[in-house]
Design a protein around this ligand. Structure first.
Ligand code: ADP
Length: 402
């Protein structure tokens, strides 16, 4: 069975085509700048040279059409007919309280995703465009949706409620949902396999640190707390997002700087975090380079980033009354040895016996970065959200045809 995984954004579509029986990626790529006459398709077929094409692509239906065309292209393609794609799996950011696991797309599911537009105005509408574009190009092909929030639906009320009037929860569903759930779930399962221990017996703290960043307390395979909240703005300091701050700062700054809600929201989401403190970049690679060159602001940004993550790890160890392993994943977690070192070296009180050499060895592999016998393990586990989406889609389609 071949499954196409789609992550549709407002002006981009990322895709990956899997051969499920052989667990291989046949092709992957993305379309960027949808809506412009200079949209670009970047296609990477397995075993063939990459292919790029600039073209006018004004909306998502055309973008998906271009992806399907290139997948069956005689020279750049990997399939002979579109009918060889058996199902499509979509990443959907917000499933609210309605979706506790992945589901096949039905009219009812589409209606519910639309109802959740309010909670994720930047993401869910774009995902719906992706779903409709597949409907238009591949009528009748089963589609599944995999939600970033679903894994965190196991959080208890004491973790997901905010201490504000309950009417806000009842009327407007103001609560913590958490994000990156697909990744937290995947790396928890892989960590248990790596450690050779049953997931049901483990207390894990998973740190998904990429452009966006969140950590989760995963107890017995279930998320019991996570740092992102009602939106992906809460929690850790990120590339351009502030993470936690005193909520009173918002009205104060709006008054002093005469900012609108949109402007303050843009400041906290797009002009804060590493970018704001370093004044250099939101990219951890550039921050580390600047730290090495002695830049003071980059050093402060790096220290704040590591310090805030370390505080969350401490909090989640307390939330679970212990921790067996801390897992690093995503762009920064998988690749930035200096960041992992800065975090782990301050965790010796918990029983993390950091292994500096192991931290520097090997890229893109699952590895342990604590010494043998360390009371608490620290691991690096590369995430693979697309593969989880493909697998969930595969099982849903299989169970439907059974
Ligand atoms: P997204 O959240 O967009 O999925 P990723 O998980 O791909 O992002 O993470 C992207 C971030 O990973 C980049 O912004 C960069 O800061 C960081 N990153 C990637 N490679 C490295 C590296 N070698 N060293 C440090 N940071 C890296």
């Amino acid at each position: 069975m071949n499954i196409l995984v789609i992550n549709a954004g407002s002006s981009s579509v990322k895709y990956q085509l899997y051969d499920m029986e052989n667990a291989t990626v046949l092709a992957k790529g993305r379309v960027e700048r949808i809506g412009m006459d200079t949209a670009i398709l970047m296609h990477e077929p397995a075993g063939k040279p990459d292919f790029h094409k600039v073209d006018e692509i004004l909306e998502h239906t055309t973008a998906i059409r271009r992806v399907l065309d290139v997948l069956v292209h005689p020279e750049h393609g990997v399939l002979t007919a579109i009918s060889q794609i058996d199902a499509v799996g979509h990443r959907v950011v917000h499933g609210g309280e309605s979706f506790k696991s992945s589901v096949l797309v039905t009219d009812e599911v589409k209606k519910e995703i639309r109802r959740l537009f309010d909670l994720a105005p930047l993401h869910n509408p774009a995902h719906m465009l992706g779903i409709s574009a597949v409907d238009a190009n591949m009528p009748g092909v089963p589609q599944a949706v995999v939600f970033d929030t679903a894994f965190h639906q196991t959080m208890p009320a004491k973790a997901y409620l905010y201490p504000v009037p309950m009417a806000l929860y009842r009327k407007h569903k103001v609560r913590r949902y958490g994000f990156h759930g697909t990744s937290h779930k995947y790396v928890s399962e892989r960590a248990a396999a790596f450690l050779g221990r049953p997931l049901e017996q483990l207390k894990l703290i998973t740190c998904h640190i990429g452009n966006g960043a969140s950590c989760a307390a995963v107890w017995g395979g279930q998320s019991v707390d996570t740092s992102m909240g009602m939106t992906p703005l809460e929690g850790l300091m990120m590339g351009t997002r502030s993470g936690d701050l005193d909520p009173a700062i918002v009205p104060y700054v709006m008054g002093k700087e005469d900012l609108t809600i949109g402007e303050v929201s843009s400041m906290l989401n797009k002009h804060s975090g590493l970018q704001a403190i370093s004044g250099i970049s939101s990219d951890m690679r550039e921050i580390v380079e600047a730290v090495e060159a002695g830049d003071k602001n980059a050093t402060l940004a790096f220290e704040m980033y590591a310090y805030r993550l370390r505080k969350y790890i401490g909090a989640y160890a307390a939330a679970m009354n212990g921790v067996d392993a801390i897992v690093f994943t995503a762009g920064v977690g998988e690749n930035s040895a200096p960041l992992r070192k800065a975090v782990c070296e301050g965790l010796s009180f918990l029983g993390v016996d950091f292994d500096e050499e192991a931290n520097l060895l090997g890229r893109g592999i699952e590895k342990r970065i604590t010494k043998r016998g360390s009371k608490v393990e620290a691991l690096v586990i590369p995430t693979n959200e697309e593969w989880v989406i493909a697998q969930d889609t595969y099982s849903l389609v299989q169970s439907q045809s059974d």
